[in-house]
Design a binder for this molecule. Structure first.
Ligand code: GLU
Ligand code: ASP
Length: 496
């Protein structure tokens, strides 16, 4: 998109009306609030739904398999952002992509809300994967479009938006986690209602608040290209469907092979992205150097999200089976633990923002912040290793251990998550700026693809080794990154 276009779009948005920010931020804040409400509400009970016995309302699946499927699912949810970004950029425009995505997500949750079979469960997964791919990266892109190039409110705008994400992620596990013992389907139904409210909010206020933001198709397909692309997509879908149908019925494509395939894709896609960007004619030599600097940051980010995302798989199972849930006279729902991460984010994000300003010149550089994130992430796993060290794996654990572990991980998240997106936009070559949102989410996709493999090693007998090894790996990587920081900073050519 040209600079003139960008300027025109920003000017079309009412520039005041939401905490001194463009009015459209209100619309996007609540759209994403409700989308995350539904996503994290669903995710707070998903793994329980899968491994709880049928008599308890679950699907009665094997626990390790369930943990693995949830990880693969999380990986695909973020991987599909590439498709969502592409569709917005070339066919729909971001705003329509958000709307279509929201509809798919809502139907995905409705499919889970209907008591049914495993088939319905997988249909729901496909809908939510595609829907989130369409909605999540594009809603964030529209946030960026509302600010002109020189508007210094942009970073603050993204911080407010980030609060919306975490507010949604905080509230829903509390609600969904309170009802799922009566009925999982009621829990998923609440997630569906959340997405419905998000869609209403988006449609009702978009015209008034968003102006031209999200309306333009950045790089539209020409009619000839359209025909070609649609033919290719149509054929690809048919071929893939046939391959799946044959290999599954013949027993060639087992779940393990599928997990391996996604694992390979999770690593292959970002690698290809880097190669294409690096070799592109449109990438300047300064941008090439910045791309090299981005590689270790990306790897660190994968390591970080691998630990953070286990908060809703391994630690969720830990909350359910290893933790005393009758505590101080109340019965705790294991799903409530999912609210801790966003709660700490909401309360501590302003503290971190203040601290960076206060540190002034001594504020850590981007690579240093990423190293700190890895140290905290590693430490959060060391913390949760301790109950087994002191009390073995047979006794039930005080829930405060989990609280501390989530808190320590959030200290890392605040050094990486808000920084990462803006670092990505600064370090990615200008010619690829539209895809940078998806690029950043690819680190979470890769992380969860790896998780799908490693969660298999988690058993009560291996618990200490599991947390110790992964936590230790993160700490070692953090130290290496810290030592390399000055060098990486040099490659960043002036970006801070
Ligand atoms: N938890 C944040 C969100 O849902 C960050 C996700 C990520 O980058 O993995 O938006
Ligand atoms: N902190 C995550 C994010 O920023 C939310 C979560 O894991 O619950 O959205």
């Amino acid at each position: 998109m040209s600079n003139i276009n960008r300027q025109k779009i920003a000017e079309s948005v009412p520039q005041k009306g939401f905490f001194g920010h463009p009015k459209g931020l209100f619309t996007l804040f609540f759209t994403e609030f409700w989308e995350r409400f539904s996503y994290y509400g669903m995710k707070a009970i998903l793994v329980y739904y899968m491994y709880y016995e049928v008599s308890q309302g679950g699907l009665g699946m094997d626990k390790t398999l369930s943990l693995s499927i949830v990880s693969i699912y999380g990986s695909l949810v973020y991987m599909s952002g590439i498709i969502g970004g592409w569709l917005a950029d070339r066919i729909f425009g971001a705003s329509r992509a958000v709307f279509i995505g929201g509809i798919l997500i809502m139907f995905g949750h409705i499919a889970l809300a209907i008591p049914g079979t495993i088939t319905l469960f997988f249909v729901s997964m496909v809908l939510i994967v595609l829907g989130t791919g369409l909605l999540k990266p594009n809603v964030s892109t529209v946030v960026g479009e509302m600010y002109s190039e020189t508007d210094n409110r942009r970073d603050a705008g993204f911080s407010i938006f980030y609060m919306g994400i975490n507010l949604g992620a905080f509230i829903s596990p509390l609600i969904v986690g309170s009802v799922y013992k009566q009925s999982f389907h009621l829990g998923f139904g609440i997630a569906a209602v959340g997405m419905f409210l998000g869609l209403i909010m988006f449609m009702a206020t978009k015209k008034k608040n968003l102006g031209l933001a999200g309306q333009t198709v950045g790089n539209p397909l020409s009619p000839a290209e359209r025909k070609k692309v649609f033919t290719i997509i149509g054929l690809a879908v048919i071929v893939i469907a046939i391959i799946f149908a044959i290999t599954i019925t013949k027993g060639i494509l087992t779940f393990d092979i599928f997990v391996n395939l996604i694992g390979i894709l999770g690593l292959l896609i970002p690698t290809l992205y880097f190669i294409v960007m690096y070799r592109s004619k449109n990438t300047t030599s300064v941008e090439r150097s910045r791309l090299l600097a981005y590689i270790p940051l990306f790897i660190a980010s994968v390591m970080f999200w691998a630990i953070q995302e286990q908060g809703s798989t391994i630690l969720a199972s830990y909350a359910d089976t290893r933790t005393q849930l009758n505590f101080a006279g109340i019965t705790i729902s294991p799903a409530w633990f999912q609210s801790l991460n966003p709660l700490f984010i909401i309360t501590l994000a302003p503290v971190f923002a203040w601290m960076w300003v206060k540190l002034g010149k001594r504020e850590p550089t981007i690579p240093q912040k990423f190293s700190i994130a890895l140290l905290f992430a590693g430490l959060s796993f060391i913390v949760i290793l301790l109950p087994a060290y002191f009390g073995g794996t047979d006794s039930m654990v005080n829930p405060l251990w989990l609280v501390i572990s989530y808190l320590v991980c959030v200290l890392g998240e605040l050094c990486l998550s808000p920084v990462g997106l803006s670092a990505t936009t600064k370090l990615a070559p200008a010619a690829f700026s539209a895809q940078t949102m998806s690029l950043w989410f690819l680190s979470s996709a890769a992380a969860q693809a790896i998780n799908a493999q490693i969660v298999k090693f988690y058993t009560p007998e291996t618990e200490m080794a599991y947390f110790g090894f992964i936590g230790g790996a993160s700490i070692v990587l953090g130290i290496i990154l810290l030592m390399l920081s000055p060098k990486i900073q040099g490659f960043m050519k002036g970006i801070r």
